[in-house]
Design a protein around this ligand. Structure first.
Ligand code: FAD
Length: 449
């Protein structure tokens, strides 16, 4: 194996950023920080990044960050390959009767449905090619900060930097460091079954052909809405892959675990349309079929530690529901923002760099997070027989003020204003949220909805 030569970051800032967790948030932070001239050291507990996860929706606010992360344009091309050209998703009830359409927003503005593992791999490959110091198979359990440094200890060896960015997902161990309330995410009562299959798997079985587009030029999506589960089956990348997502209320778990596909199918085997669903679910890769709990969490008092050298981004700061269609993209926005605010604040003012990221991001991410919960709950609370027409499916909340936002321009333009508000203690009024929310703040008391 050829080890890439370390590429010196452009215009070095002198800042060393330690990143814990190399999912989409952590890897985007690593690449964005590199581009802003920071030295990056990343740790990920998994040895193999690729296997788990089905499809992620990426919207233009995420694309615009990803496409500029890589000097060869490889990531942008990869995302483009998965651009989603499915224009509607028919929704059926458990008897197979068509009851409505799932709104698929903004497909002409650059919506993509990408395999999560594929995106993680594309980001990781690019980061390694650029010579970033990313270490896999390392679970970080010990970390410290003081007024001058932040450090992690792995296998008795201490690695020191200027700050630690925790991108370690919804169960982040740093939530207790930045806040005294709402530190523990709690099980929402909803879980998702997630599976993925290669495109050819469906083609090989005539019983799955109902889901495929005849000429493979478009993608297809179909949903089945039952009282206890919402099942979405879709192709993406013009048939290159297919996904299964089942949102259910019936399973209580706290960790993402591989499960037997029969576990999902047994919950819906009384549905009259099971003969359509079963062959497609059967094609999902056996060892990659997972059950993920959907977690909720109250708003953290802060995303930054009192000492000011530890910050949370992505799901670690704000766990998302699939009904947001924004889990990955909001982590990407956090990641791109923190790289810029650290660069603007400079090595001598790390706390300002991290706090500025929080101020710029917290309201926007929290609003989108809450909206997704409302959409999910409204759907499950509607009696099954009333789920027709517009109520047939939980709508994904991608609208223009979310999708058309450019977080990098926003961070660059707002940095002076947000710095002033942090220095003076005056509240920062963000403008990257919907007009009707401007001036509102989210209570840090637990919003258990
Ligand atoms: C295995 C998995 C599968 C997923 N599948 C889907 C999906 O199919 N569809 C979807 O919409 N969303 C999925 N998600 C969630 C989605 O990726 C996130 O909502 C979103 O991308 C935000 O990403 P994140 O980087 O903030 O967090 P995550 O994606 O959760 O990444 C966190 C990373 O931190 C690592 N980590 C955790 N603790 C430590 C530690 N102590 N030391 C080192 N590393 C640590 C984890 O292994 C993980 O790689 C999945 C998440 C995971 C972890």
């Amino acid at each position: 194996m050829t080890i890439p030569a370390a590429v010196a970051p452009p215009n070095p800032s002198g800042i060393t950023v330690i990143i814990i967790g190399l999912g989409i948030g952590g890897l985007t932070a690593a690449l964005s920080c590199h581009l802003q001239g920071h030295h990056v050291i990343g740790f990920e507990k998994l040895e193999n990044l690729e296997p788990y996860g089905d499809g992620l929706i990426l919207t233009p606010n995420g694309h615009e960050v990803l496409r500029d992360l890589d000097d060869t344009g490889m990531i942008g091309e990869w995302v483009k390959k998965w651009s989603y050209n499915c224009t509607d998703c028919k929704v059926y009830n458990t008897s197979g009767v068509h009851v409505g359409q799932h709104p698929i927003p903004d497909t002409d503005k650059g919506l993509s449905l990408v395999p999560r593992g594929g995106l993680v791999q594309a980001l990781y490959t690019t980061a390694k090619r650029l010579g970033l110091d990313l270490r896999l198979g390392v679970k970080v359990t010990e970390f410290h900060e003081d007024n001058a440094h932040a450090s992690v200890v792995v296998d008795g060896v201490e690695t020191t930097g200027d700050c630690i960015v925790f991108a370690d997902g919804a169960n982040s161990r740093a939530r207790t460091v930045v806040s005294t309330t709402n530190t523990k995410p709690y099980y929402s009562g909803f879980s998702t079954y997630r599976g993925k299959a290669d495109g050819t798997a469906l083609i090989s079985d005539p019983r799955c052909h109902w889901l495929l587009n005849k000429d493979s030029t478009n993608d297809c999506a179909t949903a089945f809405a039952g009282p206890n589960m919402y099942v979405l089956l879709a192709t993406c990348g013009k048939g290159r892959a297919s996904f299964c997502l089942g949102i259910t209320q019936l399973v209580d778990n706290f960790w993402t675990t591989p499960v037997d596909k029969e576990e999902m199918l047994s919950q819906i085997d009384y549905w009259k349309c099971i003969d359509q669903i079963r062959p497609v679910v059967d094609k999902m890769s056996k060892d990659q079929f997972i059950l993920c709990p959907l977690l909720r969490a109250g708003v953290l008092e802060s995303w930054v530690s009192p000492t000011g050298r530890i910050a949370l981004i992505g799901d670690a700061a704000h766990p998302f529901f699939p009904t947001s269609a924004q889990g990955a993209t909001q982590a990407i926005e956090d990641a791109a923002t923190i790289a810029i605010t650290l660069q603007r604040a400079g090595k001598s003012n790390i706390k300002l760099g991290l706090k500025a990221m929080e101020e710029l991001r917290k309201h926007r991410a929290t609003f989108i997070q809450r909206n997704a919960w409302r959409v999910n709950d409204a759907w499950f609370d509607t009696p099954a027989e009333e789920r027709i027409g517009k109520k047939a499916a939980p709508a994904i909340g991608v609208i223009d003020w979310i999708a058309q936002h450019c977080c990098r321009a926003y961070a660059a333009e707002e940095f002076e204003r947000v710095s002033l508000s942090i220095e003076t203690g005056q509240p920062y009024i963000p403008t990257n949220i919907p007009p009707e929310r401007k001036g509102h703040t989210f209570s840090t008391s637990l919003l258990r909805c």
